[in-house]
Ligand binder design. Sequence first.
Ligand SMILES: [Zn+2]
Ligand SMILES: [Zn+2]
Length: 931
Amino acid sequence: MHLIIAEKNISANRIAQILAGSEKVRAVKDGSVSTYSFDTKTVVGLKGHVVEVDFEPGYTNWRSEVHTPRSLIDAGIVKKPTEKKIVNLIQKLSKKADLVTIATDYDTEGELIGKEAYELVRAVNSTVKINRARFSAITPAEIRTAFENLTDLDFALAAAGEARQTVDLMWGASLTRFISLAARRGGKDILSVGRVQSPTLAMIVDRERAIENFVPQTYWMLSLLTEKDGVPVEARHTAGRFTDHDAALAAEAGTKEPLTVTDVKEGQKTDRAPTPFDTTTFIVAASRLGLSAANAMRIAEDLYMNGYISYPRTDNTVYPKSLNLNGILETLRGGVFDADVAWVQQHRRSVPTRGKKESTDHPPIHPTGAATREALGQDRWKVYELVVRRFLATLSPDATWTTTKCLFDASGEPYTATGGRLLSAGWRRVYPYSEAKENILPVFAVGERLPIRKVNLEEKQTQPPARFSQSRLIQVMEELGLGTKSTRHEVIRKLISRRYVEGNPLRPTLVGRAVTDALDNHAETITEPEMTRTLEEHMQLIKQRERSRDDVVDESREMLHRVFDKLEAHEKEIGDEIMGQTAEEHTVGPCPACGHELRIRHLGASQFIGCTGYPECRFNISLPGSTWGKAIRTDEVCKTHKLTHVRLIRKGSPPWTIGCPLCSHIASNIEALRMMPSMTDSLVERLHARHIYTVSEIAGMQPHDLAGAAGIGAEEAGQLIREAGGALDILRRRSELRKFIRKIVPPKKGRSHAKITKSLVEQGVGDIRALSRSDSAVLKKAGIGETPAAELLAAARGLCNERTLREAGIPAVSLKKYQAGGIASPDDLCYLPVPYLANKTGINPETVHKHADMVCRHLGRPAPEKVTKTALERGRKELLAVPGIGEATVEKLYLAGIYDAATLREADPGEVSSITGIAKTRIHDYISHLK
Ligand SMILES: [Zn+2]
Ligand SMILES: [Zn+2]
């Protein structure tokens, strides 16, 4: 059997389909892992890395005295399987294989993944031949060529990957532990440090500092507005920026008619077609389409796996000679790009454009297969179209412009205006992503005089450097040699998920700054790009077999030991600096009640803002539970309360901005305060001035204290406290109503349960009892459809009935028996005859009578008639003795209150018939028999 190991399941499937040609591929699932077989071949996919590097056992305890963070530098490193099922399957298949081909991606990471597979195979089969297929696109031509030209695994390339893996683990783990322990952080709050991550973060922090320290300079720009044949033309003073205000004013004053054209220069400009995509330029272009770096790469990898585009991790910007450009153009014919491709084929530039970087492993990113918008879906199509159009643009002629530059003289002050007109669109026809702005000037003749319509002196300020966008940061990382084409976007994603940076463009958080500053102050090696760049250079040497993996790793170990010399000498300072800066993270501002600091507190699932003056000051503001997101402060400050804004952040969902916590606290409680009949605006103001914001605070106060705080009489205060209690009760019932609705009515977009409840309250339905008495028209108005409305009403009625019965004192056990017998409402108990109830539920008639009596009394209704057990048994015999009356008839008669001969004799046949459904004549017969 020939075993082929691909990088992912999806590529395994495609490779199998391509190699099988017209033969049918058998897909089999072994456990949860698929294999694809045909002929004597079986293809199986990995999940990228299926093993990971870790320290040998014994290093898990962070606080171990023996295994300190520094000891991790020299700890032994082992490989552990992370995907056990795949590992087991590969080894099972390897035992039977007589040839194994590694068909992972062709780059350092792919070679390392291939080597991991190689080791798994070798562990169980020491003799089987193992070779390697290399390809840059999963297309029939590429795959077939690769399998016709199988080579060996490149162990030097894999060793470079291994060196990086080991160094990353060593640096990341030891430094993360050291810094986290120094700052006394653990669990979810550890402070991660990384070889590429930390210098990248430092760049973002440095940029932020440059922005903060930026002192804007004022300058002035002078322009004038003239016109010709009704076309307005703006001309700028040739001095450009005036830094001297007086000079600008003088030039403005000197700008007078006549305005004379002194020179007109026409020229041509070539607008070069763009160069082929490498990973970085691709990410930059995709970001203009609104895709984050990580997202753009994820989609590109997906398109690669499915054979639509070539391998997206490449540093190459020059098409190799072997790439069949004509063939690719043909592939794209026929679809939505047909007209564009035809145009490119007709107007092909002699040589495709080329960028500065040329490497041999992969070609630049290009399309490899035709696709449709329907098959790909919106985002994947966006990326695919970008790659196709870029490819077309690199084969298209340059665009050309005619340019016009005019010089004017306004009584001695020189002005200029430039225009541009697109002469031939060239590549811009097929690549509409960068806008070409034309500015067509009227035709001017030298010596011509023009009017001055307006002179405009504008005051401007120099701008601070811009924050990094994700794509800009990736460009700079590449320039500095930080990370690789495969890892840069991942590094940024990690910085965001570790809450070191936020927003787009990227800004450092307080923690991100604190960690960077501490490292900068005590071990700048970690935050400077040199160390990382050195490693990338060393990896190149490993690939070229000029250095060994162990040699490079040992050198890195030495470097890390020197870093630890410095860190350990300043452990306490580093910890104090980080803790000092990050305490701010939780500090919201001054307590309005006492002036101490307010801090965000997290207590299990609940969180609130509390006063550091506690317990003397009990001021606090409640926040939504942490299931809604962890509360953090932002840099924005409320002008009224001097408190920083608060935001809830939760992984995977957009942040919930609460804003100023006190403003939000006031706003969410004001409506409840106004529910109190005696509450006035001025009273609200006085209460706020004393930091009383909620109804429950008032309800919990003593009249004397409230009178003092609000400046009112004790009697009035007592009334307010009672009203607060009433308002609380209404609120409690409303919230119960909302929860009840939430249980029954399914959520729907644009119809939150809060919205439904609000509409019901406005219609006078403020609690579950009112709901049970309402109808479907009311519910419809609140946005609830017919079926859920019926369900809701039934449930509300059921619940209210049960409540009334309980309140009346019916024990839970009996209640169950009544419900089982179909007796659900208090009315049933009050109005149905005791014999009927007893018979339906099997409860002793005396007990039934007692219950019915309790319910009637509770509802203020007349007491029911009493029937004893003996009377009922005797009456039953009497009734059954009457000819024609059987068990079924007795039960029906119970419903009409007839339970013995006496009650039957006195009954009105017409009434009994209407209640029981027994024919009137038959009832007559029964009665006449008794007489
Ligand atoms: Zn306080
Ligand atoms: Zn506020």
